[in-house]
Design a binder for this molecule. Sequence first.
Ligand code: SAH
Length: 240
Amino acid sequence: MATIEKNIDESEISKFETMASRWWDREGAFGALHDINETRVRYINTRAHLSGKQVLDIGCGGGILSEAMAKIGAQVTGIDAGKGPLEIARSHMIDKGLRIDYRQVTAEAFAVAHSQCYDIVTCMELLEHVPKPWSIINACKELVRPGGHVFFATLNRNPLSYLLAILAAENLFGLVPKGTHQYRRFIKPSEMIQWAQAVQLTLKDVSGLLYIPLLRRCILIGPACVNYMAHFSRRGGLQT
Ligand code: SAH
C-alpha cells in the first residue's frame, strides 16, 4: 500500500484541542464561525441541494457546519485530525438528537478506503491550517463521486487580509484568539484554482464572504478580498 505523507501541523491540532470546550459558545473563540455559518450553508445548499445527499465535512471541528447540513437532511460524515473537537461534536450532536458519523482521521487517509463515496465534500476553514493544502484538495477530488461537488472556504493572502484577519481580528478586536492564523498559510484564489484544476476539478464559482463583526452578520460579495468560498465539481458523472 502506498504510504500517505503526513500533512498535519501538530501545533495547529493542539491549538484547536485547547479551545475545543468553547466550540458551541457563540461569544467565545468560535463566535465568528457561528456568525458566518448560515451564509456558508446557504451557499452550499443553493448550489448542491443538501437534502438526501451523502456529505463529507473535512476538518469538521466541533460540528458547526456538519450539524447545520444534517438539519437540512444531508447524511453527514465529519472527519477531523483532532480528538477534542470531535468529542465536543459527538456530545453536542447527541444533545440535539442528530445523527452524524464523526471520525478522527485525516482526509488523505480516509480517501484511501472511501474513493468516490460522496455527493458533496466540504472543507471549510481548514486549508489555511495545513502544511500542504494541495494534498487535501487532491483527497477531496478522490472522495467525491464524478459529477459531485466540492466546497472550500479559506482566507486570501494580500495586505487587506493581513490587516483585517490578523491585525484587526486577532490583535485589535480579539474576535479570534491571537495566533489563530498564520499569514503565510493564507491562500490566493488563483493558487486554489490551480491546485484544483490540476486534479481535474472544474471551477464553478468563487465568492467573497464579507463579515461585519459589529452586526455579527456575513454577506456574500463578488470579490474574494479576505474570506472566500469556492465551488468545484468533479468531471464526469451526473450533475445533481
Ligand atoms: N470546518 C469547521 C472547523 C474549522 S477549524 C468549521 O468551519 O466550522 C479547523 C479544524 O481543522 C480544527 O478542528 C482542526 O482540528 C482541524 N484540522 C487541522 N489540521 C487538520 C488536518 N491536517 N486534517 C484534518 N483536520 C485538521
